[in-house]
Design a protein around this ligand. Structure first.
Ligand code: BT5
Length: 268
């Protein structure tokens, strides 16, 4: 699998039996390499059998039992085919793009999933996958992104009762197969993004259509939890803006752009 993945990615692959957080590990390795005058390679992958200190957003934790999950992260240094690094404004879409690749890979293995804005993959209303991206900055190199996914595979001990797993939904428990599928699905999406990130902001963009097609939140009635003590916002999720913010139309017809936060899919 190791050599296979290195061939598919054309980049180093690191497989660890256990690690605190693959996102953290990859960011540390990249910064370390940069400090030693090396250039961290685009598409470097870290995967583990057991992530013991997984992170979610906003100081939350991502919890799995040893041997139950698939956990991996990719280091991305997005650049145009000319080699010119992409501006960081579009990096926010990478979470969504990995989520879409995960949904495609799950579909290849018989599991019908959808993306919930901004970073979950659900089957029905149950969370199977969480995706997290963070920016990695260097002293002498353009910023990179680490994007990671945690997939509940064979989970018999799910950490929360709103979770589900690939096996519970009738899919394969073969983590190597799933990892290969996810990476293979992500690559063409990532290449397409690097070639032209404006595809995500143009209504006729190919990647825009991909995202809109797999984002189950669109068209749903949602409740959005807002930061601080603000009253939650309820309404219809009607679209994404150019930055990937979710546009919610409330019951008075006013439009709100949600940049970050959590949404709950409500019954139609
Ligand atoms: C996420 O955060 O869903 C992002 C999770 C990202 C995990 C990957 S694994 C590889 C990489 N390395 C890391 O350290 N992290 C990334 P958020 O949307 O904040 O959701 C977190 C919430 O999901 C928690 O507060 C729990 O309620 C719930 N949760 C925790 N573990 C779960 C699991 N295994 N399955 C389903 N839900 C879970």
């Amino acid at each position: 699998l190791h050599r296979d993945l290195e061939q598919i990615l054309g980049a180093p692959v690191v497989m660890l039996s256990e690690v605190g957080s693959t996102n953290q590990e990859l960011a540390d390795r990249a910064r370390d390499a940069a400090l030693h005058g090396q250039t961290p390679e685009d598409l470097t992958l870290v995967a583990t059998d057991f992530q013991s200190q997984g992170r979610g957003r906003l100081d939350r934790t991502w919890v799995v039992e040893p041997g139950e999950a698939l956990t991996f992260s990719l280091l991305l240094r997005p650049a145009a085919p000319s080699g010119q690094p992409l501006p960081t404004q579009s990096f926010g879409w990478l979470t969504m793009l990995l989520s879409c690749a995960v949904v495609q890979a799950l579909a290849d293995h018989g599991v019908q999933a959808q993306v919930k804005w901004p970073n979950d993959v659900l089957v029905g209303d149950r969370k199977m996958v969480g995706v997290l991206a963070s920016l990695v900055t260097f002293d002498h190199l353009p910023p990179a992104v680490v994007v990671g996914a945690g997939i509940n595979v064979s989970s018999t001990h799910l950490p929360v009762d709103t979770a589900t797993s690939v096996v519970l939904e009738g899919g394969t428990g073969d983590r190597a197969l799933l990892l290969r599928a996810m990476v293979s699905r992500f690559l063409p999406i990532y290449r397409s993004y690097c070639a032209d990130p404006t595809q995500l902001t143009r209504p006729d963009g190919t990647l825009r259509a991909l995202v809109e097609g797999l984002l189950g939140t669109l068209g749903r009635r949602v409740r959005a939890e807002l930061p601080g003590d603000q009253t939650p916002l309820e309404g219809q999720a009607v679209g994404l803006d150019d930055h990937g913010a979710l546009i919610i139309r409330d019951d008075d017809g006013a439009h709100h752009h949600l940049n970050a936060g959590d949404v709950i899919h409500l019954r139609p």
